[in-house]
Design a protein around this ligand. Sequence first.
Ligand SMILES: *Cc1c(COP(=O)(O)O)cnc(C)c1O
Length: 454
Amino acid sequence: MKTKKILLPDQMIPAQWYNIVADMPQKPLPPLDPRTRRPVTAEQMNCIFAEELVRQEFSTERFIDIPDEVRDLYRIWRCTPLVRAYALERALDTPAKIYFKNESVSPAGSHKPNTALPQAYYNAKQGIKHLTTETGGGQWGSAIALASQYFGLDLKVFMVKVSYEQKPYRKLLMNTWGAEVIPSPSTLTDAGRRALADDPDCSGNLGLAISEAVETAVQHPDDTRYCLGSVLNHVLLHQTVIGEEALVQMEMAGDEPDVVIGCFGGGSNFAGIGFPFLRRNLREGARTRIVAVEPASCPKLTRGTFQYDFGDVAGMTPMLPMYTLGHNFQPADIHAGGLRYHGAGSIVSQLLRDGLIEAQAVPQLETFRAGLLFARTEGIVPAPESTHAIAAAVREALRAKEEGASKTILFNLSGHGMIDLYAYEQYFADKLQDYTVTDAELRRTIDQLDRIIK
Ligand SMILES: *Cc1c(COP(=O)(O)O)cnc(C)c1O
């Protein structure tokens, strides 16, 4: 009798992350120092981020080893399931096959621990004792709280005040994992005190929270660093565990995706699922479509311009080459809080510019309809961010039905929505709406940016 070789889930965790910069025909432009307009040096970045993360940020090596300490912790929930969504296919009556990679099974409920763990690990290894970060809705804050706890680091999270008051559960999750959560603006920093002096009732925003977290880190250079959950090259790099696993799993399923889909905030889960498949396009002549899906109310990829912009509202961070709506763009208050960022990371922006990936925008109500259909067929309640990927997958499946064509679709389920049920309550009560952004509105923040840059 032949014995079948069975792989245990944790044996499928890749040994290396994939750095797509090695295979890009046009490399991303460098980040610039806002004062000198010269490329930022690694030394400048080392005051803010752990040295190994800065090395990875500038690396052009194709593969980077995942440290054993990080791989051992990935084993708690990785490899994540690749699931064929039979019930969703039946409900759509489509000839298409739909697969999803389920990143919602991590302890924090999203893909974000994939990068939080290595970020905490490299900081701890360098002897750093304290981390600072910001969070909007709390997805990133809870992921880095979990990771800081594992590596014995003390963590301060500046949480946008309005979210701090409206979303108590993610704050409690962060407290559960040992983090100190501070509503921003706070009186702990100059940036916070200035904002409070201007407006004592200021409810905060992500840009201000970033300024507070960075300021706190740079004031304690010997033992404190800052960390970020999206946009930057090293964050995208760590997320490629998703796509590397999916490549092997699709092969085990005996299928090939024609299209790979991820929702898009700063680009990390999209890059995570997409880049390993894009490698086959770039190096092996494969022709898989790689599709990023953004909210119609924050359409930087489909309607933004490609130029240098700041990462934050205060203009403190290095300038990055990005598809952007201008850092002063105030997106509507949609429930997919993780997708409300004004710009896209520089790697993803370059790939889009070169026509190597695609982008789509989906309005809010369509995303909730798709999310609800998914919850009622596959059972998992998706995060409002992830419903954007589901909506795009549904569009693809319905098009296959119209055309009577077979098609294989793979999307990333970036997180579950069990802590976002309030958004579903609003949807059930008919209180959600679509927001359209006029060209004049977009022109205004881009013109403002043009004036600042020149
Ligand atoms: C943060 C978040 C996103 C958006 O971030 P990306 O870096 O674009 O992936 C998407 N989905 C979930 C569940 C998130 O928590």
